[in-house]
Design a protein around this ligand. Sequence first.
Ligand code: HEM
Ligand code: HEM
Length: 277
Amino acid sequence: MRHQSLLEYANYRYFRIAAVVIALVTGWYLWDDPPGGPNGGTWLGYTLGTLGALLILWLLWFGIRKRRYSRGTVPLLGWLSAHVYLGTTLIVIATLHAAFQVGLNVHTLAYVLMLFVIFSGFYGVYVYLQAPRQLTDNMGDETRSSLLLKIGDLDKQARELALGLPDAINQAVLSAAQNTRIGGSWRRQLAGNDPRCATAAAVRKLQEIGKSLRGEDARTHQQLYTLLLRKQELLATVRRDIAYKARLDLWLYFHVPASIALLAALIAHVFSVFFYW
Ligand code: HEM
Ligand code: HEM
């Protein structure tokens, strides 16, 4: 499966490369003994700073690479695997570059933005690894359009059945057919439910009125109630599907803008170091 092999890609190739990079960089940092103590302005400091900046540019390039149709030699999954592991090495590279010196300045702003991008990336990987299973467990063999068709069908049957029952029931069933919303704002999509769902309201109404019905009406009511419960189940499935897909997208709205902000802060950092330091 595509997403499951993201971390294992090519027998953990990029994990191993990342481990070697971290070992080399840490080894150099521990061995290094510059006059004036370690900081971003030593040989090691400049090397790590440059390495970090190049890595960030390359990670940003991924956004452009992703949208290209022509396939390069490394498949997109390989790029993503490299993106994830090499992106993570930045935590070590940048921390040692700065020699653990952080304060309230533009350098630290770049550093904090970088950490934000990286940790949002961790969350993204978590979501990517979970999503395929959640999506198939939830939907089974159904698709969103097949479920919507079934829901439309249930609405039709329910309205026909309701015709012989009291007005209040007819109104509730009509409202369930006309006012039930699927999707909506980001919050609604992510929540995967709707506390003001018209179908849920109709189910409650039917429970209430059902107690007073007798004979044939009670039997029709029971059938109608079963239909609406079935519709509620299908609605829950579609809403969960939307929620899982929204979760796959939403974190990128943090990851990508923060990446751009990081680039701006990084340019400011390098400028300020060269011109004002
Ligand atoms: C071309 C790339 C880079 C160059 C030339 C560079 C240069 C420098 C220099 C000369 C310093 C020492 C400044 C000082 O001690 O006051 C420094 C510090 C620092 N750099 Fe960089 N850097 C680069 C990339 C990065 C990257 C990628 C990050 C993290 C996103 C970063 C974050 C920091 C931080 C947090 C400090 C510590 C600032 C302080 O001492 O308060 N730098 N950098
Ligand atoms: C400073 C470091 C990083 C930068 C600048 C960066 C930047 C980007 C960019 C520009 C994209 C393309 C998104 C798009 O256009 O749709 C992306 C995607 C992604 N990044 Fe990062 N990233 C960084 C670090 C990380 C890390 C450390 C991880 C995970 C541990 C990560 C996980 C991901 C994932 C899972 C995607 C989604 C790819 C897709 O939707 O196909 N990133 N990143």
